[in-house]
Design a protein around this ligand. Structure first.
Ligand code: ATP
Length: 248
């Protein structure tokens, strides 16, 4: 079997007496969309922040494509192929959609600040245009991002994460703030990106219909621990999960 893109082994992180993540282990396979669900305070964000190098776990191991990356910071992880989207929008409102995408790739290459003072797309235009077409936002490509609807800005935000051709994208509540009528379109887009760009995704999300529709496998966290990992059908049928979480 091929090496997992991500392997997390017995990860632990406490804040004083609060054990936010208490011995979590899982693997994400190449090309897999892996969902992380759980009630508020179950440790999802802490787990994400460990995987992104934003906080150092107290114990445990994180491997990316077989390499130990447990102690690496966000920049190094980004260079090694980890992309992310945030719960809140990170677009530059005064730049056009196309410029936002180009700057995201320059940031990944470490050339952003020099390029921002020297206009030009540094050869990244065709890549931005391919994403603009895939995201179906051609009609707003030359508009300033700040003038777009929240849903459109969210698409730009997600597009920015894909400009660096990541192996692994961590999506933090992609549905947050998105109009419910656009959620199924977002799911289709992410499935299309997953199919055409070969990356693996880890998605934290509270919208259960979205998670069940999008993800190949789902991990349920409760009180910092893994309650279950399985396909959407297995998770829906898991009595312990129903009692503790889904049945509420
Ligand atoms: P939500 O769904 O509400 O975002 P979550 O599943 O992401 O919740 P975390 O934010 O990881 O959960 O929090 C897990 C536990 O750790 C909670 O009890 C939280 O109060 C605690 N916690 C998280 N970050 C800190 C911190 N910086 N300092 C102290 N306690 C923290």
């Amino acid at each position: 079997m091929s090496t997992p893109v991500l392997r997390v082994t017995d990860l632990r992180k406490s804040y004083g007496a609060i054990q936010a993540v208490g011995g979590v282990s899982f693997e994400v396979r190449p090309g897999e969309i892996f969902g992380v669900i759980g009630p508020n305070g179950s440790g999802k964000t802490t787990l994400f922040n460990c995987m992104l190098g934003q906080i150092t776990p107290d114990a445990g191991r994180i491997e990316l494509n077989g390499d130990d990356v447990t102690k690496l910071g966000p920049l190094e992880l980004n260079r090694r192929g980890v992309g992310r989207t945030f719960q809140t929008l990170q677009v530059f409102g005064k730049m056009t959609v196309r410029e936002n995408l180009i700057v995201a790739a320059q940031e990944h290459q470490g050339t952003m600040w020099s390029r921002m003072f020297a206009p030009g797309d540094s050869g990244l235009g065709p890549k931005a245009d391919a994403l603009i077409d895939q995201f179906r936002i051609r009609h707003v490509a030359d508009k300033k991002a700040g003038t777009l609807s929240y849903g459109q800005q969210k698409l730009v935000d997600i597009g920015m994460a894909f400009m660096s051709d990541p192996d692994l994208v961590l999506l933090d509540e992609p549905c947050a703030g998105v109009n419910p009528s656009l959620v199924s379109g977002l799911s289709s887009l992410l499935k299309d990106l997953n199919r055409t760009r070969r990356g693996s995704f880890v998605v934290i999300e509270h919208n259960m219909d979205f998670v069940m529709d999008l993800c190949h496998r789902i991990m349920v966290m409760v009180e910092g621990k893994v309650m279950a990992i399985g396909t959407p059908a297995e998770i829906r049928a898991n009595k312990q999960v129903l009692d503790a979480y889904l049945g509420n």
